[in-house]
Design a protein around this ligand. Sequence first.
Ligand code: GLU
Length: 490
Amino acid sequence: MSEERKTRVRFAPSPTGYLHLGNARTALFNWLFARKRDGDFILRIEDTDQRRSTKAYEESLLRDLRWLKLDWDEGPDTGGAYGPYRQSSRMKLYRNYAHQLVKDGAAYPCFCPPEETDARREEMSSRGEPYRYDGCCRKLSPSRRRALADRGLKPALRFKVRPGEVSVRDLVRGEVKFDSSLLGDFVIMRPDDRPAFNFAVVLDDGLMEITHVIRGEDHLPNTPRQLLLYEALGLPPPRFAHLSLVMSPERKPLSKRRGDYSIHSFQTRGYLPEAVANYLALLGWSPPGREEIFSLKQMVGKFSLEALSPSSAIFDQTKLDWVANSHIRLQDPQRLTDLALPFLKKTGFTKDVVADKKYRWLQQVVETIRDEISCLSQVADYAPIFFQEESIPEEELAAELADDPRKIKMIVRLEESLAAAVPPVPANFWDKLFSRLQDDTGLDGKKLFPLLRLILTGRRRGPELKKILPLLPYELALKRARRAREMTGR
Ligand code: GLU
């Protein structure tokens, strides 16, 4: 393969499930590689399995890729010079090439009933042995073939595997050698005229002039078969990079049909797309230097296949949340507020129409809680501080009060001062009130502030109190102080 060829890579999902962290990472690495080399990123839909492929899955794949901002240069919706980009629209092409291989003597019709070969495969795999077709129909004479075909039997087409070694020079795993005699002649066209997976992939990659195939290592066993097909078809093979798999924390491969690790589920929880992309990249890629928080554009600059690890990557929620929080901190306040709005609405915090003044206040609320959260659905944990008349947890207040009788006096004073104030309270109101409370009760800051936080926000933890108070509606603060006083019985 000449190095001058323009880099062309592809992401080739089968629309039989949702885009999950594992296949989204494959898409991302392909995209980064293409963008880094000013190449093309192609989206191809591998929908030859018509029983399991659905239009809805295809649409969700495209939607999720767009959400991650992985744009493609050619694909089923955008078209391109190498189309069509859906395998179901390329059936004629697979048939023509398969028949050419038969004519050339590189493939032959196989009349073995699929039930028989399937049963044999199952039997072997139950014994833990790899299945290999015994080559029975390779030896059929032309007249015998004609006779079987005349009986109306529909043959599969099998590829004649040449003996010898097939070596894959993988860009992640180094050289991997296969003994082709262990492969057996494999099917390239099924009796119903559908191409087998390996055959369709090779023709597509070959004819679409793909230069690098970057995909999951579960496809490594397919690669020797694919290389043999390139040889027979006279197409230059691409270079291969097989990525380690992404595993769940229980060390199981991620499933396309179970939703937990789907990209959509991260979207609905309000993770930012740039955070998900950044986290995905760190699953198996070691960026140069110590920095780990990147925009897509920054990743393009730093990405290389050589820095990918061959060992499997395990999903780590804590790390994702750290990356996601870092991106939330970096967001432009207005964009973050706009993105948080749908989640705030779900909490009942704000109606559909947000008036200008309220929007500014809302933006400040979001600014106040942004450091605490990793995804925007978590605003529901903190937003109630600013609008809900939630009660103060009784047991926690009782525990707070147990160690110092001066605390009850403080609560009485707090309620009295708030009741006496005339809203809107001035900016320095809270500072002045707190130093007065300290003077009156003799409580030091260590005892005073945790208690004030519990009373005024209804919880022990959260954003800094001094950031919350200017945004806390005065009536709400008064109600909470009143409730705390009632709880003390004074
Ligand atoms: N369609 C295959 C899949 O979804 C990918 C094929 C390939 O990358 O070669 O696993």
